[in-house]
Design a protein around this ligand. Sequence first.
Ligand SMILES: NC(=O)c1ccc[n+]([C@@H]2O[C@H](COP(=O)([O-])OP(=O)(O)OC[C@H]3O[C@@H](n4cnc5c(N)ncnc54)[C@H](O)[C@@H]3O)[C@@H](O)[C@H]2O)c1
Ligand SMILES: O=C(O)C1=N[C@H](C(=O)O)CCC1
Length: 244
Amino acid sequence: MVDHMLRVAVLGALGRMGATVCDAVREDPEVELVAALDADDSREAIIDAGADVCVDFTHPDSVRTNTAWLLKAGVHAVVGTTGLTDDDLDQLRALTGPANAVVAPNFAIGAVLMMELSRQVAAHMPHVEIIESHHDRKVDAPSGTALRTAKLIAEGRQQAIDVPGPDGHPARGQVTEDIPVHSVRLPGLVAHQEVVFGGLGQTLTIRHDSIDRTSFMPGVLLAVKEVPRRPGLTVGLEHLLFDS
Ligand SMILES: NC(=O)c1ccc[n+]([C@@H]2O[C@H](COP(=O)([O-])OP(=O)(O)OC[C@H]3O[C@@H](n4cnc5c(N)ncnc54)[C@H](O)[C@@H]3O)[C@@H](O)[C@H]2O)c1
Ligand SMILES: O=C(O)C1=N[C@H](C(=O)O)CCC1
């Protein structure tokens, strides 16, 4: 357990999210920014700075090795970068022990609620498609949030009586967990998602919009403060919000 002000490092500090996280950490009196690193910097600086926790908002290609390195080095990891597969998560889980990790595809509280509500609705309205819309500099599609939403909806659908049959979904988005996901990439957008359910003579749409990257900061700071006391790997911010 940490008995001093929590020392925080940020990987990806020059990026859109990393720079916003650095500002948020600097403004929070309970935590201290001790290292702000980007692609050209050595990760050893995290150790040299005595960081307790490192936040990763880098790139889907680097997040696996960054997180494995942090856990082996005994630094708690808060990971917002998308692209980790279930196999990656299993491998990272096996590396926890010296340190813990919280991985979340979306740190916005509203997005977490959108995903949880979608899981609940899917038990009653299993016919569903996802439309996710992001800024045009985003490197991955579908978004991590959409993939996680599909996984949670698949869990919810297991409670449903009227499960949709395998009708193919021809050429309509990328099908994941038997759910078509449509990805829109446009300048002017930040991060948005609609989960559209259809039933007999009715639809239900759950929509979340991040209109500014500050929307993710309360969730990131919560994870930074919680990760030292959450043993192992925690996937999804909902566990920090809803689990006792
Ligand atoms: N979980 C969430 O709430 C959430 C929110 C927004 C974005 N994201 C995800 O965060 C990631 C980053 O998004 P962004 O918009 O900030 O991207 P970005 O391209 O603006 O920033 C990424 C930064 O990481 C740096 N970088 C790349 N490899 C690195 C490495 N090995 N070590 C250190 N720095 C490295 C880049 O130089 C860049 O400055 C994406 O995967 C995105 O999907 C997640
Ligand atoms: O801007 C991004 O990139 C975002 N990525 C996450 C995702 O892929 O779900 C979260 C929202 C913003």
